[in-house]
Ligand binder design. Structure first.
Ligand SMILES: [Zn+2]
Length: 79
């Protein structure tokens, strides 16, 4: 269910994709499908600087329109 909006391969577990999701109240974040590590922003993930957070127990799927609106479409993984 995470494949549509993945941004990269998880460097924490090296075993799953990290994808963009959101909370029910529209806070967007990134999460690994495998180890469930979370990052507040795609920048945090790519810079590998931000410590993964685990603040968002409830994940909701996002739409392409939402990503376009918040400007995160540019982070989507392109093979
Ligand atoms: Zn992971």
């Amino acid at each position: 269910m995470y494949d549509d909006f993945k941004i990269g391969w998880c460097y924490i577990c090296n075993g799953g994709w990290v994808s963009i999701m959101r909370t029910p109240d529209y806070h967007y974040f990134c999460i690994c499908e495998n180890c469930r590590a979370q990052w507040d922003t795609p920048e945090d993930f790519f810079e590998k600087g931000g410590r993964p957070v685990e603040d968002y127990p409830t994940q909701v799927r996002v739409t392409r329109e939402e990503l376009d609106r918040i400007g995160w479409s540019k982070y989507l993984y392109r093979p």
